[in-house]
Design a protein around this ligand. Sequence first.
Ligand SMILES: NC(=O)CC[C@H](N)C(=O)O
Length: 198
Amino acid sequence: MRPLSGEACTTLSAPCTRLLHSAESTTIALLANLAGLLQPLREFTKTKPVWGTCAGAILLAEAVENPKKGGQELLNGMTLTVARNGWGPQVDSFEAPLIVEGLQNPHNAFTGIFIRAPVITVINSSPDQPPMRVIARLPFGVVPKTATTPIDNEDDPRRIVAVQQGNHLLTTFHPELTKDGRFHEYFVRMCVVPFLSR
Ligand SMILES: NC(=O)CC[C@H](N)C(=O)O
């Protein structure tokens, strides 16, 4: 996997997979656009495995609430909507123990680090798209108080923090900031290997 910021050309044909890392989605989109990489990235995302974490999760969505003034570009890789900075500003960042379906040792909680994280507000399942597989939800006890309306419903999409759709993986938190490699292993096993074996 190579980070987008390391890309020096306008063709993305060489690597077979891509990690959209965290930072600031508006800046990543702006720089990708200036470098002529936005359209190649969209094409890449249409067929190849991509994992977006936090800001990368915003890029991977099809729609964003609370975008930058004037709007921001997305890659439209997964049929869901996210609210940017949906749990509040930097000072409301938090950690949460996550039980994640499909990880190795699933009963060992994965530490989710949420830094000015996006919140999933709508999951659009469509028969033309691969099914959405929800793999992690925030436990009720740690839903931040900054939620605009109370979250008391099991199925509230705002509790969803990790989801896979076909060969795309989206995490609203930062697995890359921990020493726990289980999400990396999950991405390779569930998104990359099936793609390479087709
Ligand atoms: N930690 C992060 O990646 C923050 C994401 C940031 N809120 C954005 O809009 O992109």
